[in-house]
Structures are given as C-alpha cells and as structure tokens.
Design a protein around this ligand. Sequence first.
Ligand SMILES: NC(=O)c1ccc[n+]([C@@H]2O[C@H](COP(=O)([O-])OP(=O)(O)OC[C@H]3O[C@@H](n4cnc5c(N)ncnc54)[C@H](OP(=O)(O)O)[C@@H]3O)[C@@H](O)[C@H]2O)c1
Length: 334
Amino acid sequence: MKALVLDPAFGLDNLRVVEHPDPAPGPGQVLVRVRAASLNYRDLLIAKGQYNPKLAFPRVLGSDAAGEVAAVGAGVTAWKPGDRVAGCFMQHWDDGPITDAAAKSTLGSDRDGALAELIVLEARGLVRLPDHLSDEEAATLPCAAVTAWNALTAAGVGPGGTVLLQGTGGVSIFALQLAKALGARVLITSGSDEKLARALALGADAGTNYKTNPDWEKWARQQTGGAGVDVVIEVGGPGTLDRSLKAVKTGGHVALIGVLAGAGTVNPLLVLMKAVRLQGVFVGSRAMFEAMNAVIGAKHLRPVIDRTFALSDAVAAFRHLESAAHFGKVVVKM
Ligand SMILES: NC(=O)c1ccc[n+]([C@@H]2O[C@H](COP(=O)([O-])OP(=O)(O)OC[C@H]3O[C@@H](n4cnc5c(N)ncnc54)[C@H](OP(=O)(O)O)[C@@H]3O)[C@@H](O)[C@H]2O)c1
C-alpha cells in the first residue's frame, strides 16, 4: 500500500509517499481501507519534532481516518466488511475520564496513522459515520471536531452562553458550528478580514481581526456588556492565554487546547482572582465522538473543507496547512 511516511528523522523534508507493507489485523482489530484523511496542526508539530521526541521511525503520520472496514481480526463481531467508519484519535479511550494508557494510544504518533491506503485499528477504537457525510467530510472529525465537542460540553456551553474562539483553523471552525448547534452566542477572532466574513456567514455572531485589533480581549468584553465571555476555546496557548483570562468572565471557563500563538507570559493571579476554571483538553473518548456524531447527524452539520489533496500530494497538503492560508480543514483523499 501507499502511505505518507516520516523517515529517517524529523523535518518536513523527510516526509515521503512510499510503498509501505500492508498491515494485518490481529485479534480484536479491524483493517480499514482509508478513503480520506485530514490534517491537524499536531501532524505538523509531529513532523517537525516538536510533539513527540521519542517518535519511532519510520512512522505513518495522520490522526484522522475515514473509510470502510476491509477485514476483521479474530473475535471481532461488532464490525463487518463494508461498514463505513472513522478511527478514534485515541484507540484506548472508550468512555469516562482520560487515562495514561488512553493518552499513549494516539494515531500517527504512538502508532501508525491515517495517511495510508490501509490502517489497522482496534475494534473498540472505531465509530460509525453519520450517513449524510462524504468520506472527505467524515475524515475531518476524529481530532479537531471531537476536541471542540469535548471542550464545549465540558464547559457546559448551551443557550444563553457566549463562547470566544480564536482563529479559523480546524478546531475553531468546528467549535463555531457545534457551539451554534448547542444554542450559544459565538465571538471569533481571525488574522484575516476575509476569513472573518466567512465565519460570520457560517453563523458567528461577531468577529474581530487580532492583527489590526491586538486588544481583542477588550473587544470581547465590550461584546458582553463588560462582563466577559462565559467560555474561551483557547487554541493560541501561552501567546494568547493572558488575554483570554482577561476576556473571560469571573467564574468563567477557559479550555486549554493549543499552542498556535507561540511563547508568552501568563499571569496566574488572574486565574485565582477571577476563579476561572482552566481545563486542559486532549481530544476525547469514543463515547464523546459518538455523542457528537448524533448531534451532527440530527442537525445535518457539514464540516468545512478548505481544500482536498491526493495522497500523492500529501506533502503539499502539509505545506498548505503550514501556510495557515486555510479556513477549516485540509483533507487528503486516497
Ligand atoms: N489539545 C488537543 O486535544 C488538541 C486537539 C486538536 C488541536 N490542538 C491544538 O489546537 C491548535 C489548533 O489546531 P488546528 O488543527 O485547528 O490548527 P489549524 O487548523 O492549523 O489552525 C490554524 C489557524 O489558527 C489561527 N491562528 C494562528 N495563530 C493565531 C493566533 N496568534 N491567534 C489566533 N489564531 C491564530 C489562524 O487562523 P486565522 O488565519 O483565521 O487567523 C490559522 O489559520 C493547535 O495548537 C493544535 O496543536 C490540540
């Protein structure tokens, strides 16, 4: 089979689409013919050596796969050839709180990932696809959408609440769609006026450009009559966290997810003086994925795909993600 492999060392120049041995399912496992995969900022960090310094080479990258079951291993009764499925980001997180074992079962880092024509997944590490989604659309869900869902539901987002989102990448655009589906008001920032217009067209209630308006935390407070937002979906990391803590209301919730904005200083006094709940989010469980898919199915939500590349062009897809020119998700079709 063909696969996008990182070998023999870190660096985007070491990414290649090559012939790789076909994997075979063991007991309790399923062989999936991947139809589409999507890229995440994490995949870029992994390729550059900024995520898992102990990565084993050669490694097939990719966190998100959608396709159909090609064969099942011994003892598997829940799945049959032809079932349309997506892989869970963590192969060993069924439900309940995250465990150390779950956190070490991620695709494209702890084990071979999604950017391949075939992938072996655990029978417990699969979900059924919402019927109305294409393979490309479904391939966007496992990492970015589940992360957004976990963050929003853990924060108790619902009608009457205001959520602040940062930028228009994969996690933030899913957070926009899902927060609106949950009935919340959505504020969003972007470094591009054109992307802000697209976010408003998708349902965001207000937006501001963080490049021309670097004091976006003041803007967010103004949008809430000075009180501050209920929830921040924090994808910037240390470079934005201080402003997020100023934007959130007293007693509000900040979901710590990403590292897009680089270094910065954070004043922990704001966390305690405002009694902010700071919640780390690491994607989510299979149960969360299934609950999210039920809402996506009921509301007929459609993921936003920026661009689709062929597997033979997967390195160009990484470069496109790196450019941050995208809005929503970048997909690779097998
Ligand atoms: N903890 C987890 O479980 C988890 C899961 C998924 C992702 N993540 C992390 O979450 C982050 C987002 O991931 P992703 O896959 O959605 O990334 P992505 O699609 O690559 O997002 C890129 C976008 O982020 C925006 N951005 C960049 N710098 C920014 C800044 N300083 N302030 C605000 N927005 C900025 C830009 O949007 P504009 O062009 O609109 O400005 C850019 O296009 C990454 O750090 C990733 O590692 C964590």
